[in-house]
Design a protein around this ligand. Structure first.
Ligand code: IMP
Length: 193
C-alpha cells in the first residue's frame, strides 16, 4: 500500500513536479488534501529553518509525515541577499516586479553579478529529519528579458545559457532548476527506503 506523505504547499505546479518523479511508494497530499487551510508562517532566518518549520507544523498539528520547501535567490555581491527574504524583498506583498526593480537598483554599477537560486526541502519521516538541496548558479542581468516563469526569472541567466529563465521557458527550466534538483534528491531518497 502507498504511504501518505504531505507536501506542505498548495502550489499546484510544485505538487505536480513531485508527483511526477516520486515513484510508486508514496501518495503525495497537499495541505488542502488534509484540511489545512491556514497560512503557515515562515519566521525563520534561513531557508532550512523555514522548510523545517512547515514540515513540523503539519506533523505536530495533523500527524502526517511531511516535507516543506523554501527557496531563495542568493546574490554574491549582496552577501547572499535577498536569500530567505526573496518573496518580500521590496515589501510584504510578494510583488515580483518591485522585487526585481529593487535588486537591479542594488546592483547598479556593480560588476560582480553572480547569483544562485537555492531550494531546500526538509522531510520528517518516521520521526527523523532529513534535508535536501538543489542549486543553480548564474548571473543577474541588467534588465528584464522574457515573459515565462515567475519571480526573478526575467533577470536570472543560468550559467551555460545566453537567455534568462523567463526566455528559456518551463521545459528547459524544469530540467535544470534549483527546485527540480532538490525534488530529484528527495525523490531518489524516497525511492530507496
Ligand atoms: P518559494 O519558497 O518557492 O515560495 O520561493 C520564495 C521566493 O523566491 C519566490 O516568491 C520568488 O520571489 C523566488 N523564487 C523561488 N523560485 C524561483 C524561481 O524558480 N524563479 C524565480 N524566482 C523564484
Amino acid at each position: 500500500m502507498k504511504r501518505k506523505l504531505v507536501f506542505a504547499t498548495n502550489n499546484a505546479h510544485k505538487l505536480e513536479e513531485v508527483k511526477e518523479v516520486v515513484g510508486e511508494n508514496f501518495d503525495i497530499l497537499s495541505l488542502k488534501d488534509i484540511g489545512c487551510y491556514e497560512d503557515i508562517e515562515e519566521p525563520g532566518e534561513t531557508l532550512e529553518e523555514n522548510a523545517l518549520i512547515k514540515a513540523c507544523y503539519v506533523k505536530e498539528k495533523y500527524g502526517y509525515d511531511c516535507f516543506g520547501d523554501d527557496t531563495g535567490l542568493e546574490v554574491d555581491a549582496l552577501n547572499g541577499a535577498p536569500g530567505v527574504y526573496s518573496a518580500r524583498y521590496a515589501g510584504g506583498d510578494h510583488d515580483a516586479k518591485a522585487n526585481m526593480k529593487k535588486l537591479l537598483k542594488e546592483l547598479d554599477g556593480i560588476t560582480n553579478r553572480k547569483a544562485q537560486f537555492r531550494s531546500v526541502i526538509a522531510l520528517i519521516l518516521d520521526g527523523k529529519e532529513y534535508m535536501f538541496e538543489g542549486k543553480i548558479e548564474g548571473v543577474i542581468i541588467t534588465e528584464e528579458k522574457g515573459s515565462a516563469g515567475f519571480g526573478y526569472d526575467p533577470i536570472f541567466q543560468p550559467d551555460g545559457y545566453t537567455e534568462t529563465f523567463a526566455q528559456l521557458g518551463m521545459d528547459v527550466k524544469n530540467n535544470i532548476s534549483h527546485r527540480a534538483l532538490a525534488t530529484k534528491a528527495l525523490c531518489e531518497f524516497l525511492k530507496k527506503i
